[in-house]
Design a protein around this ligand. Structure first.
Ligand code: PLP
Length: 584
């Protein structure tokens, strides 16, 4: 294979063969918790076909060197591959010419680039930037920061209960102060396909610029930026089956030419002296430093892969999956779908509200059956607030998913919801009841817990143990669920309130609660270890070693581990304060 030969045959298959496609994705053929993996977290990141993996491997094994200005063969080959990648990505979104296609780290960096360059030039005090209620944080915060800096204002287009944009409101919102509209092509949280052509046309009628966040559209829909006539279009490589850390920004050349550089340094210059520096031509003006060469090559291979299968075929298959999944999930009693727009792509968000079950619990239980979905606010906190919910469970589909996998999702969800029990609310007449110690010291309590964990091999059983002890968590009065008692950086809502046991100087006890059963289990575990124990013993106890011993470290997702660490840190911080006071 030479440097430029990593392409797939251009012949499109006559029909969509999902089994053949699955064969191209090595990661899909594995078991998780003893069950075949059903990967439905594609909106967060799609898996990579062998063509992408091989292209990156081949590059590093054969062609790697730094690009541009190299006089040797490897540098020339690497440069050729990087340039060729740009051509493929340019064609992928229909950008008219190469100068208009800038490689970035992803959609987030591309939006920041536009906000900090184009935005800074065009937005001034009193101006307005219009966003929509369904934007990802990546398409909110860069504009928010710009508006703070410039004393400009953010306006937000509301959404209907179905999750569709209120275009009538947008029309009313546009005024002479409006400078930019930034809108998602497809909502990552709801799957709504927004009428971006209408929005672009409307904006341009009023002389307003438009940035389209295409992170969720490019994996599913054919995109032609020339036809759309948008001013900017951004997307991420990892959502289109390419590597992480690479993405692209399309911008109209008249904008890109006038925009100041985003970052400065090597490669983006034409000439440097201590007196004066001039910028390189497009697109290099916006690619400071050594770029992600392997990422660009991997992204080009992903684009080739998608092209070889055909966007239309992919879209038709995913549409079938979404329709079937919607029908199956909507039929499960107690489940409510969030986001019922007429035009949707590949995302099914839902909550379980009868009996109420946190999205985190739904996701954790599905994972035990090998089904990978995402839970939480999906980086769309304002949208969750609009719907009055903390988060959703979100299944998102890719070209390699099957109807059988949708059945596994729906059957498992049905089982989970049927087994859910309404939480028993123990009345304490408002009086907090702090748990009694379960052992003489934390180590002894830990040994007793570890005995159970050692005896059980199956993580599902250990998980059930946590759910069971969480079910018996001492109730926490509502008055204690205050902002200072809220534990930050948790995937669910968590409250903790510690005190020194009355009549003692250094014995700690605490109450806690969460909306997620699994987190209640973790809190109950911490109560068993710490409640009724002396501050010094709590501080001396090796909690990390205990977590590793019982396998909790290995079995918790990084997000959950962060939450648990925060809860532990709370108790230890309080114990530290008490120990210090009592030693005086
Ligand atoms: N915009 C949308 C709609 C997204 O879904 C995402 C990622 O989930 C982003 C922007 C940010 O993409 P990245 O993190 O790859 O930069």
């Amino acid at each position: 294979m030479n440097a430029t030969s990593i392409t797939l045959p251009k012949m499109k298959p006559a029909s969509f063969d999902v089994e053949r496609i699955r064969g191209d994705f090595p990661i899909l053929h594995q078991q998780v918790h003893g069950k075949p993996l059903v990967y439905l977290d594609n909106a967060a990141s799609a898996q990579k076909p062998r063509a992408v993996i091989d292209a990156i491997k081949h590059y590093y094994e054969n062609d790697h060197a730094n690009i541009h200005r190299g006089v040797h063969a490897l540098s020339e080959r690497a440069t050729a591959l990087y340039d060729e990648a740009r051509i493929k990505v340019q064609k992928f979104i229909g950008a008219p010419c190469l100068r208009e296609l800038i490689f970035t780290r992803g959609a987030t960096e591309a939006i920041n680039l536009v906000a900090q360059t184009f935005g800074r030039v065009h937005v001034h005090a009193g101006d307005e930037v219009i966003l929509t209620a369904l934007e990802h944080h990546s398409n909110i915060v860069p504009w928010q920061v710009l508006c703070w800096e410039k004393h400009a204002h953010l306006r937000v287009v509301p959404v209907t209960d179905a999750g569709e944009l209120r275009l009538d409101e947008l029309e009313k919102m546009i005024n002479p102060a409006t400078k930019i509209i930034a809108v998602a092509h497809v909502s990552n949280a709801l799957g709504t396909v927004n009428p971006i052509q209408k929005i672009i046309d409307l904006a341009h009628k009023h002389g307003v610029y438009v940035l389209i966040d295409g992170a969720q559209a490019t994996p599913h829909l054919a995109v032609d930026v020339r036809e759309l006539d948008c001013d900017f279009y951004v997307f991420s490589g990892h959502k289109v089956y390419g590597p992480t850390g690479i993405g692209a920004l399309y911008g109209k050349p008249q904008h890109l030419e006038l925009m100041p550089p985003y970052q400065t340094g090597g490669d983006m210059i034409s000439y440097v002296s201590f007196a004066k520096t001039t910028w390189n031509e497009l697109p290099y003006k916006f690619e400071a430093g050594t770029p992600n060469i392997a990422g660009a090559i991997g992204l080009a291979a992903a684009v080739d892969y998608i092209d070889a299968i055909g966007k239309d075929m992919i879209a038709a298959h995913e549409h079938k999956l979404l329709e079937y999944a919607t029908e199956r999930v909507a039929a499960i009693p107690g489940v409510r779908i969030i986001g019922t727009a007429k035009e949707k792509a590949s995302v099914l968000s839902f909550i379980v509200n009868d009996p109420p079950m946190s999205a985190l619990d739904v996701g954790t239980r599905l994972d035990l059956d090998g089904v990978a979905i995402r839970t939480g606010h999906h980086c769309c906190q304002p949208l969750m607030e609009r719907f009055g919910i903390a988060g959703t469970a979100r299944a998102s589909f890719a070209m390699y998913n099957t109807i059988e996998e949708v059945d596994v999702l729906a059957d498992t969800l049905e089982k989970i919801v049927a087994s859910a029990r309404p939480r028993v609310v123990v009345s304490t007449n408002g009086q907090p009841i702090y748990p009694e110690p379960v052992a003489d010291n934390p180590q002894q309590a830990a040994d007793e817990i570890a005995e159970f964990f050692d005896a059980v091999d199956d993580w599902a059983e250990k998980y059930q143990y946590l759910i069971d002890i969480g079910g018996k968590l001492a109730p926490m009065p509502e008055v204690l669920k205050t902002e200072p008692n809220r534990v930050k950086r948790c995937q669910s809502t968590v409250f903790m309130h510690a005190r020194t046991r009355p009549g003692t100087a250094d014995v700690i006890e605490f109450l806690a609660d969460s909306d997620a059963d699994i987190v209640r289990g973790e809190l109950a575990l911490l109560q068993k270890l710490y409640c009724g124990q002396r501050a010094a013993e709590i501080l001396a106890f090796d909690i990390q070693g205990f977590m590793e011993r019982i396998g909790l470290e290995r079995n918790l997702s990084p997000g959950r581990r962060t939450g648990l660490s925060e809860m532990i840190a709370r108790v230890k911080h309080y114990a530290g304060q008490v120990a210090q006071k009592s030693s005086k």
